[in-house]
Design a protein. Structure first.
Length: 181
């Protein structure tokens, strides 16, 4: 993937048209988020990471998705309100998209094609099997809160499993390496 990621049409959570072009030259952490997931408390860590590193050039971008057991059922207004009220989220949020399947958003098609394997999967995939969930395609986004790190040049520099939290040493090292470039 090249900087073409900047040209993919998106919508902000308020419904206005957008692309990632306004973030060109910054390091981006794209996260598919959900309000009713066991991992939802990761919003707090993502906001902390954003506040800590945005002056250095990091942008955390949230992409609500309802692909996993209906864990993001709300409207964009409900999602924005939930994030602001419960986690004081200030990082940019986008309109709800699909991150896998036949209706997968072109952004996530590009991201998963560029980086088909996530770092730090640990026991998460096995834990899902315990709930009767067996993701068949290892290239697809595994669950809510999977993270894609994008370099200042618009290239996928890393992909991190949902159970890799914002304060995980592996994620922080990758972010710091990209910020230093």
């Amino acid at each position: 993937m090249t900087s073409a990621v900047y040209d993919i049409p998106l919508k902000k959570i308020d419904g206005s048209a957008a692309t990632l072009a306004s973030f060109r030259g910054k390091v981006l952490l794209l996260v598919n988020v959900a309000s009713k997931c066991g991992l939802t408390p990761q919003y707090a860590g993502l906001e902390s990471l954003y506040q800590e590193k945005r002056a250095k050039g990091l942008e955390v971008l949230g992409f609500p998705a309802n692909n996993f057991m209906g864990q993001e059922p709300g409207t964009e207004a409900e999602i924005a309100s939930f994030c602001a009220t419960n986690y004081d989220v200030h990082f940019p949020l986008f309109a709800k998209i699909s991150v896998l399947g036949a209706d997968q958003h072109p952004l996530y098609a590009a991201l998963t094609a560029a980086q088909p394997k996530a770092i730090g999967e640990g026991p998460f995939r096995e834990n899902l099997k315990g709930y009767g969930i067996n993701p068949a395609n290892p290239v697809e986004v595994l669950w809510n809160f999977e993270k894609f790190l994008i370099s200042r040049k618009g290239e996928v520099a890393g992909r991190f499993s949902p159970d890799v939290a914002a304060d995980d040493a592996r994620l922080l090292a990758a972010i710091d390496a990209e910020l230093a470039r």
